[in-house]
Design a protein around this ligand. Structure first.
Ligand code: SAH
Ligand code: F3S
Length: 442
């Protein structure tokens, strides 16, 4: 076949990065060739994100740019992954996008490419309840780069139906991968030089595999992995506060190779808003969970997602969020202002009634406060000697290594010796709100 060079552009979250590895693996197995840059490619795949309005705008802008390339040379463009119905409606008649492929149909991408090369435009809406891609190994897709950390999806989809969220619509119902395939892939990664794996799911704590009398929940999966591959660092994301169990916390505290960091999106500190969001926990239950984490795993870092300006959020609700942040003093977090997503409950039934300038003001307040808390939490590390997995050169100074400690905090330190993939013991001497700065402790 003449046209077989493909190029993938990633938008969105870690799950999309991991999906791009799966897609790369599928296409390589079908004789396609991965292009490292756009100019050499005939097939351009945009791995889309629809989580916020801004993500979709970015995608639209990118397609405007690609339109010119399509006029100049023979290329086929596919939108894949987490795209909304709005995106398909918007592009269907514009003759710019040749195929649309959602997350449960990646195995069909080679066929879709053949069809579009023959001149057809394709759209798949397939939702497969059992597709996990557990049989697809992506180790070989990564062999040429020096990366030592990898993502691995253990659940796909989401059943939670938070009222603001488009993910259950774009990614479908939740399903878990076979634990044997997860262990096999992690071992495979380790044998190929990977030192850290991040287990991914919208809600990893609801991981569940039942086979005859064998029940594997998330705590059991973590325990199995930690024992089977003791030299591999294990991380996971995301934990929904509603589903996190004591058993999981105990397993984390028991194993040195399970990293001491929990990403625990709260969204809001107001019970009224949490209820409107259908988050299924209260502020009090969330705070209780945080206390439990801190007592079972004292060294654990905690990060958050907070979304401001949701429907009906008033000043008091905002202050509840600020107070909750002050009570916890998170290590870091990701902060957004609400944008309605077509198809969701909030879009259909609630009013997006917080004015833009108020959303902006509240978001800024939350960001500023988080910066203060991050700085405060970083100070706790001063003078400590911490184990850091070296991931690469520091972007700001190539005489420094860059890596992360168990709490997922970035540490930089002068190189001297050691290499990417080595563990370093680093004495922390200084900090910013985002980085720990240290020296090798010998
Ligand atoms: N599964 C994760 C969330 C995945 S989406 C969880 O349990 O929380 C990542 C983050 O995007 C969410 O935590 C939320 O803060 C944000 N987000 C989701 N939908 C959004 C919307 N409509 N507008 C703004 N932010 C949104
Ligand atoms: Fe979205 Fe809530 Fe699931 S934020 S991904 S519906 S846990």
């Amino acid at each position: 076949m003449k046209y077989k060079n493909f190029y993938i552009e990633n938008y969105g979250c870690q799950m999309n990065i991991s999906d791009s590895d799966i897609i790369t693996s599928i296409l390589l197995n079908h004789g396609f060739i991965l292009s490292e840059n756009l100019d050499k490619a005939n097939i351009i795949l945009l791995n889309a994100c629809s989580i916020r309005e801004k993500a979709e705008l970015t995608l639209k802008k990118r397609l405007e740019q690609l339109k010119f390339l399509k006029k100049k040379k023979k290329i086929w463009i596919g939108i894949i992954g987490c795209f909304s119905k709005e995106i398909t409606k918007f592009f269907w008649n514009k003759k710019m996008v040749d195929f649309f492929i959602p997350p449960d149909s990646y195995r069909e991408i080679p066929n879709f490419i053949y069809y579009s090369i023959m001149g057809m435009q394709y759209l798949s809406y397939t939702k497969k309840k059992n597709e996990t891609y557990a049989d697809i190994s992506f180790v070989k897709t990564k062999q040429n780069n020096k990366k030592i950390t990898s993502f691995l999806s253990i659940t796909r989809g989401c059943n939670n139906m938070c009222t603001f969220c488009i993910v259950p619509f774009t990614r479908g119902r939740e399903r878990s991968s076979d634990p044997d395939s997860i262990i096999k892939e992690c071992k495979h990664l380790y044998q190929n030089g990977y030192k850290e794996v991040t287990l991914l799911g919208q809600n990893v704590d609801s991981y569940l595999w039942i086979e005859e009398k064998n029940i594997v929940d998330f705590s059991k999966l973590l325990d199995l992995l930690a024992k089977e591959i003791p030299m591999m660092r294990i991380r996971f994301s995301t934990s929904n506060p509603h589903d996190m169990s004591n058993k999981v916390l105990e397993v984390i505290s028991k194993h040195k190779n399970i990293c001491k960091h929990i990403h625990l999106p709260v969204q809001s500190g107001s019970n009224k808003i949490l209820k409107l969001m259908n988050r299924k926990y209260t502020r009090e239950e969330y705070l209780f969970l945080v206390k439990k984490i801190q007592s079972i795993i004292p060294e654990c870092s905690i990060s958050h997602d907070i979304m401001t300006g949701f429907c009906n959020e008033n000043e008091q609700d905002h202050q509840d969020t600020i107070n909750l942040m002050n009570e916890i003093k998170y290590n870091y977090g990701y902060m957004f202002s609400y944008s309605p997503r077509p198809g969701t409950y909030a879009y259909r039934k609630l009013k997006d009634n917080v004015p833009k300038h108020i959303k902006k003001k509240r978001l800024q307040e939350i960001i500023d406060l988080q910066r203060k808390h991050s700085f405060y939490r970083m100070q706790e590390h001063l003078g400590r000697v911490e184990e850091v997995l070296i991931e690469g050169e520091s972007k700001k100074n190539n005489q420094y290594w860059y890596g992360r400690n168990t709490q997922n905090l970035i540490v930089v330190f002068p190189k001297k010796f050691l290499n990417i993939g080595d563990y370093a013991h680093v004495k922390i001497k200084d900090t910013t709100s985002a980085t720990l700065i240290g020296e090798l402790f010998i």
